[in-house]
Design a protein around this ligand. Structure first.
Ligand code: PXP
Length: 253
């Protein structure tokens, strides 16, 4: 039996820490609790403005992931600064994301259809592959056919579909069927190239279930909701409950 993987994004543990400039809550402890509870990966986003995760959190988180023999997924923009940071730590995965300073969170996927942007992303992928060849690359994008076909021209290993709009429509009680159709079509395109098909952004326990039932994605990266729910029932419990949900829907028998 094969199940989808759950990547726990612990950025907002750092948000709470940065709010007071203290050393707690500790990133290392969050990673340890999440992995001990069954998470398959830890995800952190080192933003250009360092609003939550700091440079020193990268090796600390990586050390915990190595202890568990599980992957670290580093989300980052396509800048040379970020590529050098990734090269010095060689995380298992880098997820390239678009980044705007003023945004509250990552709004939308990489714009691979814009010629200049495509060249910038292409260069980022090439540099990453040159400087840290064992690191796999995923591209955070919208589930549009044009976008996904363009992604396949890049030196990467997976796409992570931006599920923000889907998650919002789900929470607002709107029809989600058009999102599911796009995700199915996206999978055909991506799996034909034997790439990984991941998803993330805005997902909650409830909005995750229809995606699991579809058996489309191999990996989900979830952060804000997990950390918010952890305030009430504890991080270990939230992760365990999500892992139990994931196990209800094997992706392969
Ligand atoms: N995946 C990517 C690429 C992201 O940028 C984010 C947000 O940092 C997430 C997943 C997690 O999103 P959320 O915190 O809304 O669960």
């Amino acid at each position: 039996m094969k199940y989808a993987r759950l990547g726990v994004n612990i950025d907002h543990v750092a948000t709470l820490r940065q709010q007071r400039g203290e050393f707690y809550p500790e990133i290392r402890r969050a990673a340890e609790v999440a992995l001990a509870a069954g998470a398959h990966q830890i995800t952190i986003h080192l933003r250009e403005d360092r609003r939550h995760i700091q440079d020193s959190d990268v090796p600390k988180t990586h050390e915990i992931c190595k202890k568990f023999g599980l992957p670290l997924n580093l989300e980052m923009g396509c800048s040379d600064e970020m590529i050098d940071i990734a090269a010095s730590h060689s995380p298992d995965w880098v997820c390239l994301v678009p980044e705007k300073r003023q945004e509250r969170t990552t709004e939308g996927g990489l714009d691979v259809l814009d010629k200049n942007n495509f060249e910038r992303i292409k260069k980022a992928c090439e540099n990453l592959k040159k400087k840290t060849p064992l690191t796999k690359i995923s591209l955070f994008v919208e589930a549009s056919e044009d976008v996904l076909k363009k992604c396949l021209l890049l030196q990467a290993d997976a796409v992570e579909i931006h599920t923000g709009e889907y998650a919002k429509d789900f929470l607002d009680g709107k029809d989600i069927s058009q999102h599911l159709v796009a995700y199915r079509r996206g999978r055909e395109i991506i799996k034909a190239a034997s790439w990984g098909y991941h998803a993330g952004h805005g997902l909650t326990f409830d909005s995750l279930e229809p995606l699991l039932a579809e058996k489309q994605f191999e990996e989900y990266n979830i952060g804000h909701w997990i950390i918010a729910e952890a305030l009430f029932i504890g991080l270990g419990h939230v992760v365990k409950e999500m892992c139990t949900l994931v196990k209800k829907y094997p992706i392969e028998e």
